[in-house]
Design a protein around this ligand. Structure first.
Ligand SMILES: NC(=O)c1ccc[n+]([C@@H]2O[C@H](COP(=O)([O-])OP(=O)(O)OC[C@H]3O[C@@H](n4cnc5c(N)ncnc54)[C@H](O)[C@@H]3O)[C@@H](O)[C@H]2O)c1
Length: 325
């Protein structure tokens, strides 16, 4: 049986990764600090409760990944480390750059050091598409230089990549993977993320707030695809496409701010461009560190177009604010 140390396992993506590993019978020890930022702790307690009520092979430890002694102890006996804990979010990182550096850089380094000392081969961690900045030609590729991050958050993720890369290089037996997630959506999504805010506004009949000048394009990736990718990376890249074996590109939901007056949720790459949902925008707020464009050429989202739309309405209905008290 595989034994995982999963950091950030009661967060949005971490919940789904934990669920996937536990459902196939693996043992999962979750580390999370249950912090109030960037969204309330009660969401994380809810996720913890749901995992513990469904699976007996999960344990949850409340600790910070910057605590070296705790990390040294927690990696013992593990098959691999999946490190998803971190401070997410571009905009809040401008207010707390030191904290972002501490958690995302030092925290990753501490955990990586602990894993190496324990002789763990598999170290998989969450980076971000934000490392591409605005200077990377699109669609972005893995070997792009990524030298101009646009925010402290992006810089912290790039720093973690750069820090672990040479350490991985001297361990040819190791499997170290930094996964550059392109904005993720789906059930249990972080409540402060744009797509959650947009969909809640739609459900409640409110206008949405738009950041930036309206020229942004953004691809989103369903959390089920992210989960498959994380598990495959942690499993030594034994990736199997559950659909037809073909790798699709740029599927998922794309948000277009069209003519500055409306937003269109549009399915891309599937030939179903007609599947749109229009929402009205009330006001504009200046951008801070947001990417103008964010499209990928290396993702393999796998869910059928119609289901994507159903999932959006499904999860926002489930996650309406009244559900969390
Ligand atoms: N959601 C996205 O669209 C997206 C995109 C790119 C990258 N990422 C990265 O993926 C990872 C997971 O993102 P998410 O959306 O699930 O965010 P999330 O905030 O829901 O999950 C992160 C978890 O890490 C925990 N955490 C934060 N600081 C910690 C610390 N010092 N010690 C232990 N735990 C700590 C939080 O309590 C939270 O439960 C993050 O590293 C994020 O930067 C997410």
């Amino acid at each position: 049986m595989k034994r995982w140390l999963l950091t950030g396992g009661v967060g949005f993506i971490g919940y789904h990764v934990a669920e996937a590993l536990l459902a196939r019978g693996d043992e999962v020890e979750i580390v999370d600090d249950f912090s109030e930022s960037p969204y309330p702790t009660r969401y994380k307690r809810r996720n913890e409760g749901h995992l513990q009520s469904r699976f007996s092979q999960v344990s949850v430890v409340e600790a910070t990944v910057t605590d070296r002694d705790r990390m040294n102890a927690l990696v013992k006996g593990k098959t691999g480390v999946i490190h998803l804990a971190g401070l997410a979010g571009v905009r809040p990182s401008f207010a707390s750059p030191a904290r972002y550096a501490e958690v995302n850089v030092q925290g990753t380094a501490s955990l990586f050091e602990a894993a190496m000392a324990e002789g763990i081969r598999n170290f998989t961690f969450a980076s971000s598409s934000s490392v591409y900045g605005n200077s990377t030609p699109l669609p972005a590729t893995e070997d792009a230089p990524c030298t101009e991050p646009e925010s402290p958050y992006a810089a912290s993720k790039r720093a973690a990549e750069l820090l672990t890369k040479p350490l991985c290089a001297i361990r040819p037996e190791a499997r170290c993977v930094a996964l550059r997630f392109f904005t993720v959506y789906g059930p249990r999504q972080r409540p402060e993320m744009a797509i959650t805010l947009f969909m809640r506004a739609v459900i409640e009949g409110r206008p949405i707030t738009m950041f930036g000048d309206g020229s942004m394009r953004r691809d989103f990736t369903h959390v089920d695809d992210i989960t498959r990718g994380v598990v495959a990376a942690a499993d030594d890249f034994a990736y199997t496409d559950p659909t037809d074996g073909s790798v699709s590109r740029n599927q998922g939901v794309r948000i277009l701010f069209e003519d500055g007056s409306r937003i269109v949720f549009r399915l891309s790459g599937t030939g179903t461009e007609g599947a749109t949902l229009r929402v009205y925008i009330e006001r504009y707020v200046g951008p801070e560190g947001d990417l103008r464009l964010d499209t990928a050429d290396a993702l393999a989202p796998l869910i059928a177009a119609a289901q994507e739309v159903a999932d959006i309405s499904g999860y926002t209905a489930m996650d309406r604010p009244t559900v969390i008290t």
